[in-house]
Design a protein around this ligand. Sequence first.
Ligand code: GLP
Length: 262
Amino acid sequence: MRVIIRKTYEEMSKEATALVKKRLTVKRDLVLGLATGSTPLGLYRELVRMHKEEGFSFKLVRSFNLDEYYGLPPTHEQSYRYFMDTNLFDHLDIDKRNTRVPDGLAPDVEAFCREYEEAIKRVGGIDLQVLGIGGDGHIGFNEPGSSLASRTRLVALDEQTINDNSRFFARREDVPKFAITMGVGTVLEAKEIILLVNGEKKAEVLAKAIEGPVTSLISASALQFHPKVSVFLDEPAASALTRTAYYRFSEEAEKKLGREIF
Ligand code: GLP
């Protein structure tokens, strides 16, 4: 696991963007796994800037989002489809038909989830998955206790997630109680993963996820099983880690060798 620490959120986002750009340069039809939340906004802003200022094209890129609130239509301002369109897709030349977000109104949820998994397989799997971490250690909406082998499915949201996400809704009662999410097992099948975490609020849970034991109670800890993960942090998010000296040393070594060390 590579752990890259930068002073600020902006620097951390730029560093993550550099990795995404590098992968996109090698494979123009990259299959991206995408996350919502406030954390990846800096990365998305940089991707938009790359398109607008550098003329970088996303025409061939395909994408699959991690999750969606169950019960929200795509037109709802808090739906993840709306989030992705307004924060990223609408500002790129990506073909929207190639962007998938789980359907929060799917009448047959199980059939929908099966089809979502099949669609990922049909394009050859996710090349690069972008992740954030929830306050309770979740990735996607894989709440504590989610099987580390779980697949795309309907889940009930944890009390903490409902509280965390209530800031985006007028009233706490308006926060959906269910979601469709890729499973931990689905995420682990991505060929490469980047985890972005910023802010002191996430420091403890991040330390548990990457330096603690693997446990379904912190679904992000399952990333320890993945051979190709880069974690991008700002200093406040890294403040509870015990091995920062090693991470910095390893990053220096990467520079000397001119290659990534996972
Ligand atoms: C939501 C999403 C996650 C995201 C998490 C953190 O619950 N389902 O994919 O990582 O929130 O959000 P934020 O980045 O706003 O802290």
